[in-house]
Every structure is written in structure tokens, then in C-alpha cells.
Design a protein around this ligand. Structure first.
Ligand code: KG4
Ligand code: ZN
Length: 348
């Protein structure tokens, strides 16, 4: 079987609190994607504690790597290159995956590839579906307008090709996922708040409360979610959150305000940049209403929509492996001296 299989890369992701490893072929096919989540550990603190995250990465990293290779049916000597997220993220977490991948590359005399976490998200809407891969090389990434919407970032990028990214707009304050998490905390909902608000919003009225939509003037592609967050804070003393219906209504109305801004600006940006394809990625792209609204709006605008599959929307190593495959195909390789960078940028 291994005779007909294209070469494989092992990719590691430890930018925050997920310890993840994945084996991806140079055709872009994901053979395995293991994610060890620390969510239960950090929930007690209401957020991620960097030192705790780093220590846990050390404890499970080796096991997660072995599991990824085992479920892919690939032995270590068969791996042709090693990749790891090198930023942005928590420096003490990034160091664990990066050091592990460098050590494996050094020991096996194989290439090492430092990958930008945001590039992993950015390219993930184009990840090859099971059985879709043909030949030895992944299909090229088409030009498109990308929305990355996660716990740390909210940005619009004009993508001309792999490594050719122009920033169209980003958030001036909170990322959309951060707004979900902070509002959920205010409402007394468990961490992480995004999935919880999503779940409750399905039973709530989207027009129950009027929340602000910021910076909606034509041609403005920046985002701001702090006004919306404050509006929810001011509403709290006036309502009874012990009432299930009220709680669901606040969730649905808040969620609608975030999503309306994201969808409108992304579709307008695609039109302005002459892009016929939109790619949406990052943890918040799991959101049901966001997926529904993007589907409706893109169909209306005649734009092809590529939504990242929910399993690859939140942090995982398969997206890092997929980005590494595309970088690898361009001949990209990183020196082992390369450092992690908690503020690594995707542009310039
Ligand atoms: O991409 P990700 O796993 O990590 C970062 O790189 O930030 O995104 C995590 C974020 C969290 O803020 C989480 O609340 C949010 O994605 N999220 C959601 C949903 N699932 C995850 N937000 C809204 N609705 C969801 N269903
Ligand atoms: Zn992420």
C-alpha cells in the first residue's frame, strides 16, 4: 500500500491549548488528525493559563505524535518532512511543538517547515476531501477573498495564491471569537462561550434586542466588537437571565449582530476585489448561523463559498500540515535556527 502512497508530512500544532499532530500527504490528503484538548483543565480558570498549557503539551506531545502516525499507518522513517506552527500564539506553547518537529527533522535529516498558524486557518477551506486527492501534488489554491474568524483574529485577506496575501481589514479591538467568549462570561455561561452561545441562540429570537453593528459604512473593512460587548453589559441589569427564554434571546440577538457584520463586509470585500470565491475559516466558522447566512448571501451574490469543515475550523494540526504541503511544493524550507514568534504576521 505504501508503494502507491504519495510522500507524507508530519505536522504539529501547539499555539494555544490544543496539542495536535497530523499526517498529510503531498497530495493534500489528511491521513490522520489527532487533537488532545486541554479544555477541561482550563475551564476551571475561565480561560487558558499559558504555563499550564505548556506543561500539558510536554506531557502529551509524544503520545499524540505516535497516535497520528499509527492511525495514518505511517512509520517515522517514512515521513519526508516535519512541520510545526511557529506563531502567532503563546510563546511557551509554540516552543513545544516547534522543538519537537525540529528534533525529529534533525534526527531524521529531513526538512523542517515553520508554518504560520493563520496560514493554516486561511487555506483550510480548500483542504482535500477524503478520496478526492489525485496524483502526488495537492491541487492549487485558487485566488479568493478569505475571512479568518477565530478567538485571536478577525481578518479579511485578498488571496492571490499561496504566500501572496494582502490584508483587506482586521479588528481594531476584540476578535469575533473573543467577543463570543467575553459575552458568554458576562452571561455566566461556561468557557469557551462561542459554542454555548451558538447552541442557545438556536432557541432564541434574533430580533429580541437591538445591538449595534459597528463601522458599517461602505468601503470600511475594519471590525470592532467592543461597542457590542458594552451594549450587552449595559443590558444585563435590566433583564432576568435566570429566565431561559431571555438568555436565549440575548444569545441569538448578540450572535446575529456579530454575524451580520462579518457576512456583509466579507461579501462586499469580495465584490470590491473582483473575487468570485470566498473562503471562511477559524473557530467561529463552526457557528451554525454564520454558515447559514454565508450560504444564503453567497448564493444570492453568485459567489462560490468554501466553508472549512467544522472538524478543521478550531485549532488542529491537519490545517498546518495542509499549509506545509503547499509551502513544501514551492520549495519552502526553514532553517532549524528559526525561532517561534508569538506575534508572527501573515503579511509583509
Ligand atoms: O480557531 P480557534 O480554535 O482558536 C484560535 O486560533 O483562536 O478559535 C477558537 C474560538 C473561540 O473563541 C470559540 O469560542 C470560537 O472559536 N468558537 C465559536 C464556535 N465554536 C468555536 N464561536 C461561535 N460559534 C461556535 N459554534
Ligand atoms: Zn486558531
Amino acid at each position: 500500500m505504501s508503494g502507491s502512497r504519495p510522500p507524507c508530512l508530519l505536522a504539529l500544532e501547539t499555539s494555544c491549548d490544543e496539542t495536535a499532530a497530523s499526517v498529510v500527504t503531498t497530495a493534500g490528503e489528511v491521513l490522520s488528525s489527532e487533537v488532545a484538548s486541554q479544555i477541561e483543565i482550563h475551564r476551571a480558570y475561565g480561560g487558558v493559563v499559558p504555563e499550564v498549557a505548556s506543561r500539558n503539551h510536554i506531557q502529551v506531545m509524544r503520545l499524540v505524535c505516535e497516535q497520528a502516525m499509527q492511525s495514518a499507518g505511517v512509520a517515522l522513517p517514512e515521513i519526508t518532512a516535519f512541520a510545526a506552527t511557529s506563531g502567532p500564539g503563546l510563546v511557551s506553547s509554540l516552543l513545544i511543538g516547534s522543538t519537537m518537529a525540529k528534533a525529529l527533522a534533525l534526527a531524521g535529516k529531513k526538512p523542517f517547515l515553520a508554518i504560520n498558524h493563520l496560514e493554516g486557518h486561511l487555506l483550510s477551506p480548500f483542504m482535500t476531501k477524503p478520496g478526492e486527492a489525485t496524483g502526488d501534488t495537492a491541487a492549487p489554491i485558487p485566488p479568493h477573498l478569505a475571512l479568518i474568524v477565530s478567538g485571536g483574529h478577525t481578518m479579511l485577506m485578498n488571496v492571490r495564491g499561496v504566500g501572496q496575501y494582502d490584508l483587506v481589514g482586521r479588528t481594531r479591538d476584540d476578535a469575533a471569537g473573543e467577543a463570543f467568549d467575553k459575552v458568554a462570561k458576562m452571561l455566566g455561561l461556561p468557557y469557551p462561550g462561542g459554542p454555548e452561545i451558538d447552541r442557545r441562540a438556536r432557541h432564541g429570537r434574533r430580533d429580541a434586542y437591538e445591538f449595534p453593528r459597528s463601522m458599517m459604512e461602505a468601503g470600511n473593512y475594519e471590525f470592532s466588537f467592543s461597542g457590542l460587548k458594552t451594549a450587552v453589559l449595559y443590558l444585563l441589569p435590566k433583564i432576568d437571565l435566570t429566565d431561559e427564554g431571555t438568555m436565549n434571546d440575548v444569545c441569538a440577538s448578540f450572535q446575529e449582530a456579530v454575524i451580520e457584520v462579518l457576512v456583509k463586509k466579507t461579501v462586499n470585500a469580495a465584490r470590491q476585489h473582483g473575487q468570485r470565491i470566498i473562503g471562511v475559516s477559524g473557530g467561529v466558522s463552526c457557528n451554525h448561523r454564520l454558515r447559514e447566512r454565508f450560504t444564503e448571501r453567497c448564493a444570492k451574490a453568485g459567489i462560490e463559498l468554501r466553508l472549512t469543515p467544522p472538524t478543521y475550523s478550531t485549532d488542529n494540526a491537519a490545517m498546518i500540515g495542509f499549509a506545509a504541503v503547499h509551502r513544501h511544493l514551492t520549495g519552502y524550507q526553514s532553517p532549524l535556527e528559526i525561532d517561534v514568534d508569538p506575534n508572527l504576521s501573515l503579511v509583509g
